[in-house]
Write a protein that binds this ligand. Structure first.
Ligand code: FPP
Length: 254
């Protein structure tokens, strides 16, 4: 796909429809690559390849509709248990994605950030992650946050370890620990919580994605497999979000 040409964000004539409420932060569990592949008589790995093209489309729509933060679940800490061939394929896809799209993402003012555990990742992958983050760190447009080797429980455990160390050092006492302190010790702490968590493929689970951050997120589930994601589905998601009334535990004020 010609990202440059497809990408409409430079087309200032595009106006986001007034009746659409645009989430500041959209998070997406890109699920159903394997089932999409099987339903098309293809290998599962082909589903991940098609899923990468769907991710390219999602980034393009997010820029076009002026979403500020987009977090995508690309590889969970539990995904290592898949067949080695599939794991290696997904890792290669990730690297290829950065290699092939970094220039375009940079020129489209996208800031790339990766969340997840880095310990145990191979050097090649680590270097690419660093390169992508470094090259785009001063960009001011869409923040594309890729959850890679990510688990929500592991993220909270890692934050708790850092806080426990502070208690041990007598820098703080246990009664100082509050929600803000935990939030500050997450993988990144300068990104607002997601307004919407979208999951494709008709599965209704968190699957360990952004557990702390999703406390008040609107959950939207759609039946389509991830590789079929297109602008119509994107708009359907925004329309669904626009209908939701967010009360954060309070009551509706008339
Ligand atoms: C879930 O589908 C998808 C994944 C585990 C991998 C997601 C990866 C990509 C979209 C491409 C690579 C990522 C980047 C950032 C370039 P599944 O395999 O669990 O599908 P199934 O539930 O139908 O088996």
């Amino acid at each position: 796909m010609d990202f440059e040409k497809e990408n409409a964000h430079k087309d200032d004539t595009f106006k986001v429809p007034a009746n659409l409420k645009i989430p500041n932060h959209l998070a997406v569990t890109m699920d159903g690559n394997g089932r999409w592949a099987v339903s098309h008589g293809k290998k599962r790995t082909q589903g991940h390849k098609a899923g990468t093209d769907a991710l390219r489309r999602l980034v393009e729509y997010s820029i076009k509709y002026k979403i500020n933060y987009l977090t995508v679940f690309s590889f969970s800490s539990e995904n290592w248990s898949r067949p080695k061939e599939e794991v290696n394929f997904i890792l290669r896809l990730m690297r290829n994605y950065i290699n092939s799209d970094l220039e375009k993402l940079t020129s489209n003012n996208v800031k790339i950030r990766i969340i997840g555990e880095r310990v145990g990742l191979d050097k090649q992958t680590l270097n690419l992650i660093k390169k992508a983050e470094e090259k785009t760190k001063n960009n001011t447009g869409l923040q594309l946050i890729v959850a890679f080797n990510y688990g929500g429980k592991a993220e909270i455990a890692s934050a708790m370890q850092k806080i426990a160390q502070k208690v041990l050092n007598l820098d703080i006492s246990p009664s100082d620990i509050d929600e803000d302190m935990i939030t500050k010790e997450l993988y990144i702490n300068d990104v607002p919580d997601p307004d919407v968590v979208l999951r494709t493929s008709g599965e209704y689970r968190f699957s360990n994605f952004l557990l702390w951050q999703s406390a008040y997120a609107e959950l939207i589930f759609i039946d389509d497999y991830w590789p079929d994601f297109n602008e119509a589905i994107f708009i359907k998601t925004l329309k669904e979000y626009s209908k939701r009334e967010r009360r954060y535990g309070g009551v509706e004020v008339k």
